[in-house]
Design a protein around this ligand. Structure first.
Ligand SMILES: *Cc1c(COP(=O)(O)O)cnc(C)c1O
Length: 417
């Protein structure tokens, strides 16, 4: 079993499954805490601030946990902003990112006085300037740069290459910065990037940071002297399915020279790194069947609960919970599939597992990030429950959705206007 695999006490998982049912996301508070501590240790040599990315896992209890560690948040919608505020974050601890913020979202965020708005286009800059002037409120602005860095990850989780929708192209940054300076209510305080997700290469971060560093010099030479921070984004990979993650210390070594040279405060926006390997998805085996020469284990979690295998082709370890199965000597090669009416509905293909019977419990590892937060009600399935473990105890931090929740807001007899 690879590095980063979280093995929860089987008796506890069985108790949770018996009490809360399955499928259920189970998170370890300790793992999340130690991931944040690792980042702080790695970046100890430079002034830095961590802003946890809410979209990885926005559960209110998880947000409260990261807040208690002195971390801020990175948000990409007003829904995430409200979550963060409900969880107790101060507005100035929020960094508002995202390529398509609406006017209503910007109005609400500016009125709330969020700590930083990272703009991604010159059009957005105009809108932010207009709203700030209307509200007569000063806004701290960052420019998200597209540093044209390609890196090895799934094409859908690459965001820092030229020709992608994210960020302001390098050759437009100076002009954009000068436009920010001319806007009476805007303060340009940050240059940033976010090059993608599940990135294993420290060099990619180093390359991106150097480009940001060069832009800082260019801006300073062009009369921009208001910068206070450099944001290298999130995307740090976790170990998954036998593949290593990004080493926090190598990552730090790649970006700190640039941070030192600029003298700016470093901002980090990790999501997956904090919560990914702190969570598992617990699911129960429903059936075992053979069909066309393959053996299928049908479980009660599907692609609506955990989209990553189907959507990104992501591979996650699947382990058997409990000794009676784990100890079995024999093994077989099976496809672990969900109940959804889609052939792409699988959690893992061609996995070697001990022979499984109906009722066995499985844990899909590394499911703490982009697990629940990407889940849906497809096939009219209520979304899973979420449970937090801390100090040998557990707590249900999100109740399983009810069947009635599924049609909230719908009507049988429409009212015509
Ligand atoms: C999604 C996102 C992150 C977090 O990405 P991870 O891969 O979860 O670390 C950070 N910053 C921005 C702007 C994002 O969109």
């Amino acid at each position: 079993m690879g590095e980063g695999v979280l093995i929860l006490p089987p008796d506890l998982v069985e108790r949770i499954a018996a009490t809360v049912g399955t499928p259920t996301y189970v998170y370890s508070a300790d793992v999340a805490r130690s991931q944040v501590a690792t980042l702080h240790r790695a970046f100890d040599p430079v002034p830095h601030r961590i802003h946890y990315s809410v979209k990885a896992n926005g559960n209110l209890t998880i947000l409260g946990l990261v807040r208690s560690l002195g971390v801020g948040v990175d948000i990409v919608s007003v829904g995430e902003m409200r979550r963060a505020i409900v969880a107790g974050f101060e507005a100035d601890g929020l960094v508002f990112s995202g390529v398509g913020k609406t006017r209503a979202e910007l109005e609400e965020a500016i009125a709330a006085d969020v700590g930083l708005v990272n703009i991604e286009s010159e059009d957005e800059l105009e809108l932010v300037a207009e709203i700030a002037a209307l509200q007569q409120r000063s806004v701290r602005v960052g420019i998200r740069v597209n540093p044209d860095v390609t890196t090895q990850t799934h094409p859908y989780t690459q965001t820092g290459a030229a020709g992608m929708k994210f960020g302001v192209p390098e050759d437009r940054v100076l002009e954009t910065a000068q436009r920010v300076l001319r806007a009476p209510y805007l303060d340009l305080v940050c240059l940033g990037m976010h090059i993608g997700s599940q990135i294993v290469s420290a060099e990619s971060y180093g390359e991106g940071a150097e480009k940001l560093g060069a832009l800082v010099k260019e801006l300073r030479a062009g009369g921009v002297d208001t910068l206070t921070s450099l944001d290298v984004g999130g995307g740090m990979a976790i170990p998954l399915y036998g593949k290593p993650g990004l080493d926090a210390f190598e990552f730090a070594a790649a970006v700190t020279p640039t941070v030192r040279e600029t003298g700016l405060m470093l901002l980090l926006e990790p999501g997956r790194f904090v919560i990914g390997n702190a969570g598992v998805l617990v699911t129960r085996v429903l059936y075992r069947k053979r069909c066309g020469g393959r053996t299928f284990v049908v479980v009660d979690a599907g692609m609506n609960d955990f989209a990553r295998p189907s959507y990104y082709g992501a591979q996650h370890d699947i382990v058997v919970v409990g000794n009676e199965h784990g100890r079995a000597e024999a093994s077989e090669t099976v496809d672990v599939v969900g109940p959804i009416c889609e052939t792409g509905d699988f959690l893992g293909l061609e996995r070697t597992l001990p022979p499984l019977e109906a009722g066995a419990l499985l844990a899909v590892q590394g499911a703490g990030a982009y697990g629940f937060s990407m889940s849906s009600n497809y096939n009219s399935r209520p979304r899973a429950a979420e449970v937090l473990l801390d100090n040998g105890r557990f707590s249900v931090i999100r109740a399983r959705e009810s069947i009635e929740d599924l049609w909230r807001g719908e009507v049988v007899e429409p009212e015509w206007l």
